[in-house]
Write a protein that binds this ligand. Structure first.
Ligand SMILES: [Zn+2]
Length: 184
């Protein structure tokens, strides 16, 4: 919604180069020539104008920690609601849903996916460090939530990252709606 969310894909590993969405652009109307190329410090390297998404440093850190080929980030009603509802538990467990099998390496609906929740911050270097710590603590996680902010997921390819983010959004909405119907 609005200009929220951001997208990146690795174009080169050594030295690291990411294609990164610009700041303040409606992602539904993003054109290929608006994508920026950034380095491991989130600095633009392909031109001397433009501004990458504020959260570029977070994308870089996820790529470095997970070896991801693409990182996607969404702000949605349900990822905001559940990131707040389960914040005191440090994350939310998702299990028993067939859709879990769309996450890389998951073979059965009986899988238990722990989606960590990290406190939001406007201090991007500090937030990147919190994310790194969380990724180290949960090596099997396919994504994480930033509290009252949004969802991050990634994949070996852009297609896999898109699949992961869509599956998480589906699962979070399903859980949120179920809680609502039950009146919890
Ligand atoms: Zn965001």
């Amino acid at each position: 919604m609005g200009t929220s969310g951001n997208l990146s894909a690795v174009v080169q590993r050594e030295p690291l180069r990411l294609a990164m969405s610009p700041s303040g652009v409606d992602k539904g109307e993003l054109m290929p020539d608006q994508m920026l190329t950034i380095d491991e410090n989130a600095r633009i390297v392909n031109q001397d104008f433009g501004k990458p998404s504020d959260e570029s440093l977070l994308h870089v850190r996820i790529v470095q920690k997970r070896g991801a080929g693409a990182v996607l980030h969404t702000h949605s009603v349900w990822n905001n609601v559940l990131s707040d509802l389960y914040a005191s538990e440090g994350g939310v467990t998702i299990s028993g849903y067939e859709m879990l099998k769309g996450l890389q390496g998951v073979r059965t609906h009986e899988h238990s996916e722990w989606l960590p929740i990290i406190d939001n911050s406007q201090d991007m270097p500090a937030l990147a460090d919190s994310i790194e710590k969380t990724l180290d603590e949960h090596p099997g996680a396919h994504g994480f939530l930033l509290r009252r902010h949004g969802l991050y997921s990634w994949g070996e390819t852009l297609a896999q990252a898109k699949r992961h983010i869509e599956i998480f959004e589906f699962l979070l909405e399903t859980m949120g709606r179920a809680l609502h119907i039950r009146g919890i």
